[in-house]
Ligand binder design. Structure first.
Ligand code: ADP
Ligand code: ADP
Length: 233
């Protein structure tokens, strides 16, 4: 479970809070769409979940964010890889290796897993995301949609309980975006992890999700069933 207790964020130099007194409880297995106008604080909310905020962004955070009981500010983001997996907008900016199979194995390295466990997880991930035909190829030779599927796979090999995706299709053409959302749809149903997804293609995903988080420009956050958001958008 993800819990926010009275969380406010103020970036350095800002004159008001980006997030303000946020209380949230996101149950295990929830597929949650994060929406709100540009600049409202969607990335900030997602970044709090894996400790990216304030670790890499600076700013003052009050209150507490816990994932599976772990305070995300007490760990370095990479030490949270087995709790929260992250997929960013442009997959190339998240890659740390040059090849598909190396990238899938990399996230597990800090977890000190036995080699046979790592091999099995790579196999499972290749199957789950349909990566078999290019698993030995350099990442640079893949299409944007294929690269983003690898990025999702790399996050999943650490077996996190939460997957955070911050606009994973915004850097892709419509066909590649569709490919990524279809893969996400399948894995939500097959893997059953908690998913927080910020996504502009609302009409494509709103039928799939269990809940919506609306981040408002004043920093307040609403969390509820997906119905009402259709009226707002
Ligand atoms: P969204 O994802 O909804 O577009 P963000 O969370 O990226 O919104 O940003 C919310 C507000 O916080 C914006 O006004 C943005 O300029 C500001 N902001 C984001 N990151 C930083 C940072 N590292 N330092 C200062 N201000 C930031
Ligand atoms: P943008 O700057 O437009 O939001 P991205 O979403 O691709 O573009 O993020 C830019 C960089 O910020 C990425 O290379 C990534 O490493 C880092 N980043 C952003 N959000 C997070 C997060 N929640 N956790 C870890 N890294 C993040």
């Amino acid at each position: 479970m993800i819990r926010f207790d009275g969380v406010s964020v103020r970036y350095d130099g800002a004159t008001r809070d980006t997030l303000r007194g946020v209380d949230l409880e996101i149950p295990d297995g929830e597929f949650c769409l994060v929406v709100g106008p540009t600049g409202a604080g969607k990335s900030t909310l997602l970044g709090l979940v894996n400790g990216h905020v304030p670790h890499f962004t600076g700013g003052t955070v009050t209150g507490r964010v816990r994932v599976d009981g772990r305070d995300t500010r007490q760990s370095r983001p990479r030490d949270l890889a087995d709790v929260v997996g992250v997929v960013v907008q442009d997959p190339r900016r998240g890659f740390v290796t040059d090849r598909v199979d190396d990238e899938l194995a990399y996230t597990m390295e800090s977890l000190a897993l036995p080699p046979e466990v790592m091999r099995r997880r790579v196999e499972d991930t290749v199957d789950l995301l349909g990566l078999a035909e290019f698993r030995h190829r350099p990442l640079a030779t893949l299409s944007g949609g294929q690269q983003q599927r690898v990025a999702i796979g790399a996050a999943l090999t650490a077996h996190p309980s939460v997957l955070v995706l911050d606009e994973p299709t915004s850097a892709l053409d419509p066909a590649a975006a569709e490919e990524v959302l279809a893969a996400l749809h399948r894995l939500v149903h097959d893997v059953g992890i908690t998913v927080l997804l910020a996504e502009h293609r609302l009409e494509r995903v709103v039928g799939d999700v269990d809940a919506v988080i609306l981040v408002q420009p004043d920093g307040h956050v609403w969390h509820g069933p997906p119905g009402p958001v259709m009226d707002i958008s």
